[in-house]
Design a protein around this ligand. Sequence first.
Ligand SMILES: NC(=O)c1ccc[n+]([C@@H]2O[C@H](COP(=O)([O-])OP(=O)(O)OC[C@H]3O[C@@H](n4cnc5c(N)ncnc54)[C@H](OP(=O)(O)O)[C@@H]3O)[C@@H](O)[C@H]2O)c1
Length: 297
Amino acid sequence: MKKIFITGASGLVGSNLAKLSSDFYEVYGFYNQNKPNFPKVTWIKCNLENLDFEKHFLEIKPNFCFHFAGLSKVNFCEENPKLTEIVNVLATEKIAKICEKIGCKLIFASTDLVFDGTKKSYTEKTETNPLSIYGKSKLEAERKVSENCKNSVVARFSLVFGKNSFSFGENFSEFLVKSFKNSEKVKVFFDQTRATISAKNLVECLLELAENEFKGLMILAGNKNISRVEFAERIAEILKLNKKMIVPTKTEEILDVKIVPLRIKLDNSLAKKILNTKILEFEEGIVREFLPLNCVE
Ligand SMILES: NC(=O)c1ccc[n+]([C@@H]2O[C@H](COP(=O)([O-])OP(=O)(O)OC[C@H]3O[C@@H](n4cnc5c(N)ncnc54)[C@H](OP(=O)(O)O)[C@@H]3O)[C@@H](O)[C@H]2O)c1
């Protein structure tokens, strides 16, 4: 059986990959603070800040490493630039060098925030211009991956929606569903649009990228840009929940729009050309992630 190593296996993307792959691969997962209760994965506690994880890779010798762990809250990164550099850049550089050394294909999760949002749409060829410390750290990490590991993929994605496979977390879509179910008002940005993608759909694409010959940069995004309010309304409609809980809010009331672009439209044409996995329409993704609704505690 091939071996998969997932960093950030307790997070939204990592947990979905860990669950999906655990029937067909031997799966090892790093967690930091939240140990999942899922026995089909060998769990290893690791704080990337310490940069002392090489021994695990040498022992396990994985065929594929999916590097998802990192600091991804834009405001937190802005306030903690040194820590962001260590976790997002230095740890990624080290992982890339280890993967090269042990002959492991590396799949790295990057972000649409390497872009500034001023262009109509973004392909793999569009020039980058990150505005935030988070976006800059991910772009630097992308460079470390491509410079240090020949057999690697950098996947850039926008907002990912869905359910953490091992816990009910606090990501945007989980928070919306929970608020709707509890009849709690929720502030949602009406002026921010993204080509959002379902976590389950995303990890199928990532697994296919690991197994095929593709190397280099690929955008993985949904088929159309939708605003966060439209996103919240469609979730409420599909799950038959109360959309009156949505309070449309201007992004600048909560976030610094100088570092978080309002509109980023990722173009997924390359992914559609290369991958056999179908990129789901937004509505199909919601059904896949959240129905039956009793999966939501
Ligand atoms: N979700 C999105 O919308 C989105 C969009 C674009 C790009 N991305 C990128 O995709 C990746 C995965 O995102 P996600 O949504 O799955 O993230 P997430 O749910 O926030 O999970 C973050 C993961 O990183 C781990 N982690 C955080 N700090 C760590 C540290 N110091 N040492 C070791 N592990 C650490 C966490 O472990 P514990 O929970 O165990 O502490 C968790 O497993 C990230 O790199 C993110 O930048 C995500």
